[in-house]
Design a protein around this ligand. Structure first.
Ligand code: AMP
Ligand code: FE
Ligand code: FE
Ligand code: ZN
Length: 283
């Protein structure tokens, strides 16, 4: 078993493949194991499970929008949560709150754009999100439709969603997130922890503290890490006794990266599965 991709998005958040299309594409790409990890939602789990092709193992998860308050201003970060019980009330409540916050924030961004005469509307943007977690890629889609930018990447430039029309999300304190994932029987892995291309990153000391609080792994192999950053993450994981993962962070046509572009070693995958007690791997 070799093809293990533990970080993929569907239309339940800001991916462009439906959960059913995602699992079929995973099997077609030759993956043995795939995780569905939409931003702040388990909304794609049932459809992905129902459409799972025989031979593909499905890890149900989510990518949680978190924040570390030890810096000023607080640093946003993403935590991958695997195999947690979606009915556990604390984590489920936080997911609802995060999605509501995403909606309010997206409406504010649309309001700022409209105030400057940009011809898009909240109806249009929420239509693109189609009931899933709303994200800036959905606003980018409206900007593309309005002819103001050509690509999602252009829409994230500082003249648009990157800075001028940026509104922060409120997010979940990262220590509360690790605790909530564990209490729901899940396993927490820090997504792209050294991705300086995305902005500020947290210090090693914070990652050490998170490891003591129950963080299980670090995502090392990711397109947003340089080879040097991947090596740094591996060394840190070794030092802290954390597992190392690799994954595509597939978003369909919102990003160029393909399924299975980065993968996780079977040993690390088996450790994650053994540590989880919320829901089983399917398949
Ligand atoms: P949000 O979660 O609403 O803050 O939006 C962040 C999401 O936008 C990320 O999960 C990526 O899917 C996407 N994204 C971030 N930066 C870029 C970029 N430069 N180009 C394309 N997509 C991006
Ligand atoms: Fe995303
Ligand atoms: Fe992420
Ligand atoms: Zn992601």
């Amino acid at each position: 078993m070799t093809g293990i991709d533990l970080h993929c998005h569907s239309t339940a958040s800001d991916g462009t493949f439906t959960p059913a299309e995602l699992v079929r594409a995973g099997a077609a790409a030759g993956l043995d194991v795939m995780a569905i990890t939409d931003h702040d939602t388990t909304g794609g789990w049932d459809e992905a499970a129902a459409a799972r092709p025989a031979g593909l193992r499905l890890v149900r998860g989510a990518e949680l929008s978190c924040r570390w308050h030890g810096a000023e201003p607080a640093i946003p970060l993403h935590l991958l949560a695997y195999l947690f019980d979606p009915a556990e009330p604390v984590l489920a409540g936080e997911l609802v709150r995060l999605r509501e916050d995403r909606e309010q924030r997206a409406e504010k961004i649309v309001g700022k754009l409209r105030a400057d005469g940009v011809p898009i509307s909240w109806d249009e943007v929420s239509g693109y999100a189609a009931g899933g977690s709303v994200g800036r890629p959905h606003i980018a889609q409206a900007l593309i439709r309005a002819g103001l930018v050509r690509t999602t990447t252009e829409a994230f430039a500082s003249a648009w969603l990157g800075a001028r029309y940026f509104v922060p999300k409120s997010d979940l304190d990262v220590f509360d997130a690790v605790r909530a994932v564990r209490e729901a029987g899940g396993v927490a892995v820090f997504a792209h922890p050294r991705a300086t291309v995305r902005g500020r990153v947290v210090p090693d000391e914070l990652i050490a503290e998170l490891a003591r609080a129950g963080l299980f792994g670090l995502e090392a192999d990711h397109e947003d890490h340089t080879p040097a950053e991947r090596a740094q993450v591996r060394a840190l994981a070794d030092r802290l006794g954390l597992v190392v993962t690799g994954s595509s962070d597939f978003h369909g046509t919102h990003k160029a990266v393909q399924l299975g572009a980065f993968t996780t070693d079977p040993e690390a995958y088996e450790k994650i599965v053994s540590a989880a007690a919320g829901v089983p791997v399917l398949g």
